[in-house]
Design a protein around this ligand. Structure first.
Ligand code: HAM
Length: 391
């Protein structure tokens, strides 16, 4: 995120419910049935954030982030949605994402998509697909919506119960129904991408040209409609082919009307968010998750009371110089301390007692090969720092 010059933004874990209802859309699943909403002591309705975009825009307006021509922010934060939990779908999960607020050109969309894709590429993740679409704007969407609705009216009674409801509220969402019969019935349905106005069509074409010149493979998928109502023009998803039913690693798009809708100036914007847990699941599947458990470099074992006092002050000294170390705080025997050092995978152990402290001479034992190196008190820090450089 920082390489792309995005700066971190943190927003509160809850907001006033009205923000999400207006921002995401009253008729979406998120607002209609998934939000954790509760009244506070003064009967204000609050909601745990189900996504970041609305919160970021609230902060953008409230704190004048629009003073800069293009505000570029990123986040990593817990989110809450009351969905049916299953693999890759949690009620408290984490998203990382970015928003670029203030730019209307397709080059901003291209940068946001490139940023998202680059994160997976950098981590060595394979088997992903980028799907892009255009969901049009307020001038071309209403006409298309009517067209789609009349097309679906003819098969209304054969649609799933959910899709029949959506026919009234949000017919576009029927296009991404998972129901088999719905899929068959909508196979030849008209798609927004084929009914764009001149402006949306040029924007979409230029975005594709940018992605091609960046050598980012993509697929145009007219069924990417997204579950949030604020999108205009670009909508995209990154699919993880190793994930199960919940296969969206990330999703995003352009939302040119949201800033104004939430009370700010007319400001175009585009962004994306990615599921952190789904990223980890994918990395685990592709054997990319080999993060070593943190272990102390040095364990200072005390042989007696004098050793304990020395260990306590020496540990602080080493830590001040950036060397991680551990010591016994439970009054255990020397033997038990050695076992503990081993359990914690400390790389070296220093034993300190009356004799060592009097002579100012210590033994540094490697836990890997058992070798022992004598070290004088004066050189301890230097030796320890040397170890940092030698895996
Ligand atoms: P979203 O598609 O709702 O978009 O969520 C983005 C990503 O969050 C999904 O692709 C998925 O990886 C992850 N995710 C969503 N729900 C869950 C869940 N229950 N459990 C685990 N992971 C989940 C948004 O939230 C938009 N705010 C994205 C955006 C930013 N659009 C513009 N800017």
């Amino acid at each position: 995120m920082q390489l792309f010059n995005y700066r971190e933004i943190r927003t509160p874990v809850f907001e006033e419910t009205a923000l999400f209802a207006r921002g995401i859309g009253e008729l979406t699943d998120i607002v209609g049935k998934e939000m954790y909403t509760f009244p506070d002591r003064s009967e204000t309705s609050l909601t745990l954030k189900p996504e970041m975009t609305a919160s970021v825009i609230r902060a953008y307006i409230q704190h004048n982030l629009g003073e800069q021509p293009l505000a570029k922010v990123y986040y990593l934060s817990p989110m809450f949605r009351q969905e049916r939990p299953q693999a890759g779908r949690l009620r408290q999960f984490h998203q990382f994402g970015a928003e670029a607020i203030g730019g209307e050109l397709p080059s901003v969309d291209a940068e946001i998509i490139a940023l998202a894709v680059e994160i997976y590429r950098t981590l060595g993740i394979e088997n992903i697909a980028l799907k892009i679409n255009s969901v049009g704007c307020e001038s071309c969407r209403p006409g298309y919506k009517a067209l789609l609705k009349s097309y679906l009216e003819r098969v209304r009674t054969q649609l799933s119960e959910e899709s029949q409801k959506r026919l009234e509220t949000n017919p576009l969402r029927i296009l991404d129904s998972k129901d088999k019969q719905d899929r068959v019935l909508t196979a030849d349905a008209p798609l927004m991408k084929d009914h764009l106005c001149a402006e949306c069509s040029t924007h979409f074409r230029e975005l594709q040209a940018s992605l091609t010149s960046l050598k980012i493979p993509f697929e145009v998928d007219g069924r990417i409609v997204r579950g949030l109502d604020y999108y205009t023009k670009t909508a995209f998803e990154i699919i993880g082919k190793d994930l199960g039913a919940q296969d969206a690693l990330a999703g995003g798009g352009r939302y040119d009307l949201l800033v104004k809708e939430l009370g700010g100036k007319d400001t175009p914007a585009v962004g994306f968010a990615a599921g952190f847990e789904r990223l980890l699941m994918t990395m685990e599947k592709q054997s990319l998750l080999n993060i070593p458990l943190p272990a102390p470099l040095i364990f200072i074992a005390a042989a007696d009371e004098e050793g304990k006092r020395w260990a306590l002050s020496q540990a602080l000294e080493l830590r001040r110089y950036g060397i991680s170390c551990e010591l016994d705080l439970l009054g255990r025997s020397l033997k038990a301390q050695m076992r503990e050092a081993d359990r914690q995978s400390a790389r070296y152990v220093i034993v300190a007692g009356h004799n060592e402290i009097t002579r100012q001479q210590f033994m540094m034992k490697s836990m890997k090969d058992g070798s022992e190196t004598p070290v004088s008190a004066g050189r301890l820090l230097e030796e320890a720092r040397g170890l940092l450089g030698h895996g």
